[in-house]
Design a protein around this ligand. Structure first.
Ligand SMILES: [Zn+2]
Length: 381
């Protein structure tokens, strides 16, 4: 059988299979169960968080012959036809790629005719903000006096570009970005089902790199399976993402705190020799400092065990809260300055040296209120 990419193979077919978005799913299932159906829904959220997936499940529930508690049965002819993309009363339009504007208008004008097979004619319009003015007008006509048998499910990454006249006629749902835990948890599940061996640390990295998008996470997972020829190791994923081994970052922070100039210099050189992306290194450094800061306040915050919890605890004890805040500021400023630096290496090195030059201030010049004097990173403006 031909290889099917994971994002497609593991696309949820029922509300219960969705990861996250419980606030949206709960509301939709309640409405379906009680038969309180609106004629137009707008799903907003960034890419890969489940807009089209939810739209298709909703389209199934509208027309399914045996819905149960708002869930489509997945077995009737409607459900199977929608799953295989051949249901005549479901029209999916991608406004971002469909350039035949007249065609869209024609399609929308056909809304007045009754459905052929199902209860409802369902229009899923993806990236709806890209519709032309004339297409919006055609849709608006239907939205103003919607026939009983028509349902619109609109999806967009950019609701601000949807005309207010359309927005005000839709029931709007905002989908959230998925958390690192939600993403890595789902990757874990998928890999177990696929019988692919993996290292847990790799999933954390992928979860972070996906930036809240499950689709991106699954594509990265495909890539890392290919790269590791069938298994997933932390080392391979680091290389693929250009992410530095966190041990370098532990050493770097430790050396800064010890005022050990030599070690700071060497660890930055060594990272450069491994051709890491320094923008990603700064991100990782910020995450690390944030984790240390959290550990100081809530020592048992990461019960489920971060891979390097001992190193994290050591640093949480060694550094003062002010030092951590100061380094964190340096890192954020470093990120901001990176595009202005002669090159990434120089930019990162200057950030490390800045941390180093502020370190003695952070550890010695704390006044009674716990503030560190003379360390304001004021804006150059
Ligand atoms: Zn069904």
């Amino acid at each position: 059988m031909a290889y099917q990419v994971l994002a497609r193979k593991w696309r949820p077919r029922r509300f219960a299979d969705l990861v996250g978005q419980t606030h949206v799913v709960g509301a939709l299932r309640n409405a379906l169960q009680q038969g309180r159906l609106h004629h137009a829904y707008l799903l907003t959220g960034t890419r890969g968080v489940g807009k089209t997936t939810i739209a298709r499940i909703l389209a199934k529930s509208f027309n399914c012959e045996h819905t149960c508690e708002g869930e489509p049965c997945g077995e009737c002819s409607v459900c199977t036809q929608i799953d295989s993309g051949r249901f005549v009363d479901l029209l999916e339009i991608d406004a971002a790629s469909n350039t035949g504007i007249d065609n869209i208008r024609e399609v929308l004008e056909n809304a007045q005719y009754a459905p052929t097979a199902g209860r409802y004619k369902v229009y899923i319009i993806d990236e709806v903000h890209m519709l032309s003015k004339s297409a919006f007008n055609a849709m608006l006509k239907t939205l103003e006096e919607p026939p009983e048998h028509v349902k619109f499910i609109l999806a967009t990454t950019d609701p601000h570009k949807v005309p207010i006249t359309v927005l005000s006629r839709c029931l709007q749902f905002v989908l959230r970005n998925l958390t690192v835990e939600q993403v890595s948890g789902h990757l874990n599940y998928v890999l177990q089902q696929e019988n692919v061996p993996f290292e847990e640390g790799a999933l954390q990295l992928l979860g972070r790199a996906a930036n809240g998008s499950m689709r991106d996470a699954l594509s990265l997972l495909d890539q890392s399976i290919a790269l590791g020829s069938g298994s997933i190791t932390e080392e391979n994923v680091r290389q693929m993402l250009g992410v530095v081994d966190r041990r370098y970052l532990f050493d770097l922070i430790d050396a800064v705190a010890n005022q050990d100039n030599e070690t700071v210099w060497h660890s930055v050189r060594e990272m450069a020799a491994r051709s890491v992306g320094f923008a990603t290194v700064l991100d990782e450094l910020a995450v690390l400092l944030q984790e240390i800061a959290v550990l100081q306040v809530v020592p048992n915050a990461f019960q489920d065990g971060l891979p390097e919890s001992r190193e994290l605890h050591d640093l949480a004890q060694k550094l003062s809260a002010e030092e951590i805040q100061l380094y964190y500021q340096c890192v954020l400023r470093g990120k901001q300055d990176l595009p202005l630096a002669p090159d990434e290496y120089a930019g990162f090195l200057m950030t490390a040296l800045r941390m180093l030059s502020f370190a003695p201030l952070a550890s010695s010049r704390q006044n009674a209120q716990g503030h560190i004097e003379g360390t304001e990173l004021s804006d150059p403006k």
